[in-house]
Design a protein around this ligand. Structure first.
Ligand code: M6R
Length: 614
């Protein structure tokens, strides 16, 4: 959601900024802009355009018509003020000497705006961000202080969440970066420095980065980067090396990132699982939770949003079975408003691909305030959630660009299962032979996923049969219900087909009244203990005219095919791992349906990859 990139160096800035912004497109945006300072004119040029980045790029001829080696760029996701050229960032102060790009929300902007207007400062946009540019200039002029001091004074007045990139024509050899509750990364190059919302925007130029912490300010110059804490005292930041390849964030010949990421799942699963199973045991490197602590846990509380929450739903079924402790699952957006029962003996498991989801972060902080320990399952290394957790299990899925998560979901589930198995072993709640069987089966998941992916044409065929339905129901019991939640979300978010997931047993309590001739029901019947019940539900909806596309294991194909209109299958595996395989056909189905409907698969309307506002 919104993307920031900044560059100060010796090369022309505009093409670098446009390239960086193109890598941030996946986050979701509705307009884009750049501000570049020209040494030749002594002026700052600002270009902004509503719509796709291409509109901006065409406007400035791919950057060729903008002179200057220092600049900031932004992709905006509208919050305050509609998407428009004027509301796009950078926002500039009234003299045009200060430009600001901003991710997040300035909560007290209305009050500050009216203060500034009373001082005669005119506003041109409806954004909260313009207040920042105007306020900094106000302090520069009123208090006769330099830009850094003015930024410091501004920070003491603004409230909310923000990552800021600031360019001032009166200090043109530097950029200022500020972070509070919204991610910002600093990049160290040869004779140049970068700032960006995430690593993908700058990895082409440098692999040496540091992650800003809340309250920090950084001054970027060609010579290097100086960071300050919230008291504006100079601090040293740890410089980390980004070790993934540039290709990982490129389409690599695939038409869509989503498809590429679906196909990458076997490899992502190998990376996540293989190093964590050694000699028939779960091995979690440097895992700090002692056996005593684990035994003393009263309950696990999983908090997450969207697909990560769906992983938590599977986790409730799986972990309660493995560890025989209570596992609660809450939507992160609800958690902090529900007065949750959490204390020192609660382990809160936070799941997030991006590690930046604002609701999830807020839930984490609330859980910490209540005394819980925080274990997070995160994909993005160095992200805010990872850094605020007591324990992190990285999913190692590699960069995920498509808005619809696929490989992150699968690897989150693998990490959660590994955690459950690790605890079960310490608690003695699982039969050793079964524990070993699950581990053996986990190691086989990548190749079983490959087998499913190799039959993708069958799923494409089913998609061609059903892509024009206007409403779909996913039904299932136990882990199949949890899996249905994800299948349904995947379909609706990228194909815009109305879709709902129901626990099959709930159908007769209301929803079955919606089933009529031709309604598409995706019936999930992979969980073998409840297969007969799944069959009964298929018969029940068929009797009311539904078209049934079923998903089951290979051994149940024949029986399912007697009633369902079409059957997708997955290889046999341990019950605990069925959703790990079951999700793959559902992802492919959603992908092909969206493809046939001509949807913008990687960037569905109204959605952002990383949701950094409440
Ligand atoms: O980065 P996170 O895992 O915290 O994101 C949570 C959700 O926003 C995310 O899973 C979302 O639901 C996906 N677009 C689903 O595909």
């Amino acid at each position: 959601m919104c993307g920031i990139v900044g560059y100060v160096g010796r090369e022309q800035a505009a093409p670098i900024l446009l390239d960086g912004l193109s890598k941030l497109e996946y986050r979701g945006y509705d307009s884009a802009g750049v501000a570049v300072y020209s040494e030749k004119t002594g002026e700052m040029a600002v270009y902004k355009a509503k719509g796709r980045l291409k509109v901006l790029s065409d406007l400035i001829e791919g950057g060729a018509m903008v002179d200057g080696t220092v600049g900031i760029g932004h992709t905006r996701w509208a919050t305050h003020g509609a998407p428009s050229d004027v509301n796009s960032h950078p926002q500039v102060s009234r003299s045009g000497r200060i430009a600001v790009v901003h991710n997040g929300i300035i909560e007290n902007y209305a009050e500050l705006k009216s203060f500034l207007m009373d001082q005669g400062v005119p506003f041109t946009s409806e954004t909260d961000t313009e207040v920042v540019a105007q306020l900094i200039e106000y302090f520069c002029e009123q208090d006769q202080v330099d830009i850094l001091e003015a930024v410091g004074r501004c920070l003491r007045r603004i409230e909310g969440a923000y990552a800021l990139g600031i360019l001032c024509a009166d200090a043109p050899d530097q950029l200022i970066a500020v972070r509070k509750d919204s991610p910002l990364i600093l990049g160290y190059g040869e004779g140049c420095s970068f700032l960006a919302s995430d690593v993908t925007a700058i990895i082409r130029h440098t692999r040496s980065v540091s992650y800003m912490d809340d309250g920090e300010v950084a001054v970027l110059t060609r010579e290097g980067i100086q960071c300050y804490n919230h008291l504006m005292q100079p601090i040293e930041k740890e410089i980390c090396h980004v070790d993934w390849e540039i290709d990982a964030a490129e389409k690599g010949g695939y038409e869509h990132f989503m498809f590429k990421e679906i196909m990458e799942q076997p490899e992502a699963m190998r990376r996540c699982i293989s190093p964590r199973i050694r000699d028939g045991e779960v091995f979690l490197e440097n895992f700090p939770l002692s056996d005593d602590y684990i035994r003393n846990i009263s309950k696990l509380y999983i908090v997450a949003c969207g697909s990560s929450y769906h992983v938590g739903m599977v986790g409730k079924y799986n972990l309660e079975r493995m560890i025989r402790k209570s596992v609660e699952v809450a939507l992160a957006s609800e958690f902090r408003y529900m007065n949750p029962i959490v204390d020192e003996r609660t382990l809160v498991v936070v799941i997030s691909q991006s590690g930046e989801t604002l609701d999830t972060m807020a839930a984490l902080r609330e859980a910490r305030r209540l005394g819980a320990k925080i274990l997070s399952i995160v994909n993005v290394v160095g992200s805010s959630i990872a850094r605020e957790s007591d324990v992190v299990l990285y999913t190692w899925a590699g960069p995920e660009i498509a808005v619809a998560t696929t490989k992150a979901y699968s690897t989150q589930m693998a990490a959660l299962n590994l955690l459950g198995l690790y605890f079960a072993r310490r608690l003695g709640t699982m039969d050793l032979a079964e524990y070993r069987r699950v581990l053996e089966e986990m190691l086989l998941l990548p190749e079983k996923m490959e087998a499913i992916l190799s039959s993708k044409d069958d799923i494409q065929y089913f998609a061609s049969q059903y892509f024009n339905h206007s409403s779909v129901f996913f039904i299932g019991r136990n882990v199949d219900y949890a899996l249905g939640l994800e299948g349904s979300l995947k379909l609706k978010e990228i194909s815009y087909i109305h879709s709902e997931a129901y626990a099959s047993g709930e159908l007769k309590h209301g929803t079955i009244s919606l089933i009529e001739d031709g309604t598409l029901v995706v019936a999930l019947g992979t969980y073998r203990k409840l297969f007969e019940k799944a069959m009964s539900n298929v018969v029940e909806v068929k009797a009311r005219g539904a078209d049934v596309l079923a998903l089951t294991t290979e051994s149940h194909r024949e029986e399912m095919a007697k009633t369902a209109n079409a059957v997708m299958t997955i290889p046999e595996t341990h019950d605990l791992l069925l959703p790990s395989l079951g999700v793959v056909p559902l992802q492919l189905f959603a992908y092909y349906v969206a493809l046939m409907r001509g949807c913008d698969i990687d960037k569905p309307r109204n959605l952002a990859k990383s949701v950094t506002v409440e």
